[in-house]
Design a protein around this ligand. Structure first.
Ligand code: ATR
Length: 274
């Protein structure tokens, strides 16, 4: 069978095999899709072996996205902008192409599934890691009026804003320097929900109808959701990253198979569990 896989550490709870298999069933495509646990020091070797043995595509999740970008001989613009990759495709001669579908998946989820028009809105992005970078570029491309980036380590936020290079529209603030500002959209791209920590942000950053979006889902989204609801966000204006997960998978799937799956039934199936 045509072999695909997702690499991560840990990987047991990854939904990617289930999502890709559901897409394949929908479109009548035969494939195998396995979850491969690779310890950090063994990731590159494991990926190269997978492709040498005939693997046709690999998704990559934590903590390997930066390593996936680094090992690639060819990098798409989306991967370069994020400095990380979640989609690897073999080229001729054992070379590997790195791509990143986090940004496109995020925008598709928030605009098409949730009906949020990004144009003309003021967005606040929390975080400046790989996922944040992908989302920052995607927000700017999607036409937000402004993008403000804050990060615990401010230098990383500054680097990201400098890379985007639109000083009139994209800028940084200190984490504790948001008093007096307000936003239509607040996106959490930090790992606070996983690692612990608190969202000690002024509730005045929210407007009447602000949307809050966490890139993660399930228990990992609980901390930010707790902050958002306590700050007055209406429950149905809080979004987690389950839809983004399905959309980034669909973008990888389309890249490999040339066909776009219908993501809604897969999203609804997963939503019943998360
Ligand atoms: P990913 O690839 O998932 O984006 P990452 O590159 O490790 O992961 O980024 C994690 C993000 O969460 C970073 O923005 C990090 O801030 P730093 O750049 O200062 O490390 C942020 N983060 C993690 N724990 C945090 C905490 N307790 N408070 C605030 N920010 C935190």
């Amino acid at each position: 069978a045509h072999r695909y896989a997702v690499f991560g550490h840990p990987i047991a709870h990854s939904l990617s095999p289930e999502i890709h298999k559901a897409f394949a069933t929908q479109l009548g495509i035969h494939l195998s899709y396995e979850a491969i646990d690779a310890a950090p020091g063994r990731f590159e070797q494991a990926v190269r072996r997978f492709f040498a043995e005939g693997g046709l595509g690999a998704n990559v999740t934590l903590p390997h996205k930066n390593a996936a970008f680094a090992l690639a001989a060819k990098r798409t613009e989306a991967a370069t902008r994020a400095g990380s990759a979640n989609t690897l495709t073999p080229l001729v001669n054992g070379a590997i192409e790195a791509h990143n579908t986090d940004g496109s998946g995020f925008v598709r989820d928030i605009t098409e599934r949730h009906g949020f028009d990004l144009r003309g809105h003021d967005a606040l992005l929390l975080g400046a890691g790989g996922a944040a970078k992908a989302v920052a570029w995607a927000l700017v491309d999607a036409g937000v009026q402004s993008l403000t980036i804050v990060n615990r380590t401010p230098e990383r936020a500054d680097e990201l804003a400098d890379a985007i290079g639109e000083p009139a529209r994209c800028y940084t603030r200190y984490w504790d320097g948001l008093d007096g500002e307000s936003f239509n959209l607040v996106v959490n791209a930090t790992s606070i929900g996983v690692l612990g920590g608190s969202f000690d942000l002024p509730t005045s950053i929210l407007k009447d109808h602000s949307t809050c979006y966490d890139l993660s889902y399930g228990v990992a989204a609980a901390a930010f959701k707790g902050w958002a609801l306590a700050a007055g966000v209406r429950p149905d204006w809080f979004r987690d990253g389950l839809g983004m997960l399905v959309e980034q998978a669909a973008d990888a799937f389309e890249r490999w198979h040339g066909q776009r799956p219908d993501t809604d039934p897969v999203y609804r199936m997963l939503r019943e569990r998360f």
